[in-house]
Write a protein that binds this ligand. Structure first.
Ligand SMILES: Nc1ncnc2c1ncn2[C@@H]1O[C@H](COP(=O)(O)OP(=O)(O)OP(=O)(O)O)[C@@H](O)[C@H]1O
Ligand SMILES: [Mg+2]
Length: 190
């Protein structure tokens, strides 16, 4: 069994523009997750398109979450889940290519699971206030819809370790990732 796993984190343009790079990294580092690669870039459409893939399952899961939330608010939804997923994907490509992103790779015990927990739920308005999304934003699906943009939730975090490995390849070359020991590894894992 592979004990340590990795996850990709993006500080999205809203997080960079709000000067939250340091606060975001600190939350992950404080939880014991190790930064093993990091860069700032203005991503191309190709990179963002490979990151938020054209995968049917993902498009449907995004569309389903959006549709459920709209129905709960009593809205009449005409688009299919697939159409909503595709619309949100296009909005994400536009949003992420128009600004600056900080991408980094985390490594640690149950890393993807821990990092998702620290990031919090997708919609900041509903996210737990102890999480990055809940603490640093109040954005909502309703405001995002009205402004015709994706929800601004500061960070992206890989859904699980397997997806994490695929996403890391989109953003980093193997030579851009590093092996080193944190001074507290013995206390955490020994
Ligand atoms: N209903 C929606 N309206 C607007 N934007 C949305 C909606 N659902 C998702 N998004 C945007 O698409 C991104 C990807 O959605 P996904 O369902 O994968 O959420 P997530 O896994 O919590 O976020 P991420 O993949 O960015 O870490 C979200 O982070 C958000 O920016
Ligand atoms: Mg996701």
């Amino acid at each position: 069994m592979k004990i340590m796993d990795r996850a990709l984190v993006l500080v999205k343009p809203d997080g960079v523009e709000r000067a939250l790079i340091g606060s975001v990294i600190k939350r992950f580092e404080d939880a014991g997750l190790k930064v093993v690669g990091i860069k700032m870039l203005k991503p191309t459409e190709d990179v963002v398109g490979r990151h938020y893939t054209d995968d049917k399952e993902w498009l449907l899961s995004v569309g389903k979450k959006a549709k459920q939330s709209a129905i709960e608010k009593g809205q009449d939804v005409k688009e299919t889940e697939m159409e909503i997923g595709q619309r949100i994907r296009s909005l994400l490509v536009r949003e992420l290519t128009k600004g600056v992103v900080v991408a980094f790779v985390l490594e640690g015990n149950a890393c993807a699971e821990a990092a998702r927990k620290i990031a919090g739920g997708t919609e900041p308005r509903k996210a737990d206030p102890s999480t990055i999304r809940g603490a640093y934003s109040t954005d909502s699906y309703a405001l995002a819809d009205a402004k015709k943009r994706p929800v601004r939730n500061i960070v992206h975090v890989s859904e699980n370790a397997e997806i994490g490995e695929k996403e890391i390849k989109v953003w980093f070359k193997e030579s851009e990732l590093f092996k080193y020991r944190r001074a507290d590894e013995e206390a955490m894992y020994g």
